[in-house]
Design a binder for this molecule. Structure first.
Ligand code: AMP
Length: 290
């Protein structure tokens, strides 16, 4: 496995790897890898000849009061996990190379990024869209794999690719969970033991909504309060949102007549956790268990 730091090295590697029509998959990450990331790597391996993992804590997607400085980092462990998972190359760029002084162009999605996390984290999706556009230009992948845990990010990237004509196929992996149902996240390490056990209210709240939906309930105005009640049992410090939105537009849905997303963001202390389930009226029983 190759570990590449310079943008020019990465470009050269991709050019060689892509000869003879061999396909290349990119899995963008911010490191501190867990089984969720590795599931994305497996999906990438099944779909392409070569797999590149990018490992870059992107300063542009963190707000001034967010956790950029203390975001967990462990490059040696990440590289070992990538090697064991059969990754061909890891791209670990320097923040100074990605954003040299004087850089003044950003990429901004203007519709699906405005609600949910976009409202709570101004500038976050501009940072995401910008770094992903740069990674696509540098790595030149045929496909890229993202996790549905960050569902709004998936929609932003799908719009980015469609609207700016990136020749990259986007694959979406379902949410990977701990055995007790908490969605895996690099930020789970911040949780105290009490917060960790109270955080199970997220999974219970989504599960309660799923049961209601499967029994035929289609009104967001019924599902959302139900989610709120179950979340309250875990006494999160803040419930940022617990909302049903249309999967295409991410605008609030009244009745669930098309595929929708039930998305939740809560904070325990300084730790922000997000989770979601898809609600598809054409396949109500096909929802992944939470
Ligand atoms: P991150 O390192 O948090 O930026 O995540 C990198 C990629 O892994 C993103 O596409 C995430 O959506 C995905 N990811 C992170 N956690 C999970 C999870 N629990 N299940 C599925 N995908 C995940």
């Amino acid at each position: 496995m190759d570990v590449l730091h310079a943008i020019s090295e990465m470009r050269g590697w991709s050019r060689t790897a892509g000869t003879g029509n061999r396909s290349l998959a990119l899995v963008p990450t911010m490191g501190c890898l867990h089984a969720g990331h590795l599931a994305l790597v497996r999906m990438a391996r099944q779909s392409a000849d070569h797999v590149v993992v990018s490992n870059f804590v992107n300063p542009l997607q963190f707000g001034p009061s967010e956790d950029y400085a203390r975001y967990p980092r462990d490059l040696d462990r990440d590289n070992r996990l990538c090697r064991e998972a059969g990754v061909d190359a890891v791209f670990v760029p320097d923040a100074g190379d990605m954003y040299p002084a004087g850089a003044s162009v950003v990429v901004e999605e203007t519709r699906v990024s405005s609600g949910l996390c976009g409202r709570m984290r101004p500038g976050h999706f501009r940072g995401v869209a910008t770094v992903v556009a740069k990674l696509f230009n540098i790595v030149q992948p045929d496909l890229a794999v993202f996790g549905r845990k960050d569902a709004q990010q998936v929609r932003v990237i799908q719009r980015l690719v469609q609207d700016l004509d990136f020749p990259v196929r986007i694959l979406v992996h379902p949410i990977v969970r701990e055995p007790d149902g908490l969605a895996m996240s690099s930020r789970n390490v911040y949780l105290s033991p009490s917060e960790r056990s109270r955080a199970l209210c997220i999974r219970r709240a989504l599960e309660a909504a799923r049961v209601l939906f499967e029994s035929g309930e289609r009104a967001a105005g019924v599902l959302e309060p139900c989610v709120g009640e179950v979340l309250a049992v875990g006494r999160p410090d803040v419930v940022e949102y617990a909302t049903v939105v249309d999967w295409d537009t991410l605008e609030p849905a009244g009745q669930i007549m098309r595929p929708c997303l039930l998305a939740v963001a809560v904070r325990f202390g300084r730790t922000r956790l997000i989770d979601n389930i898809l609600l598809d009226p054409l396949n109500p029983a096909g929802i992944e268990p939470v």
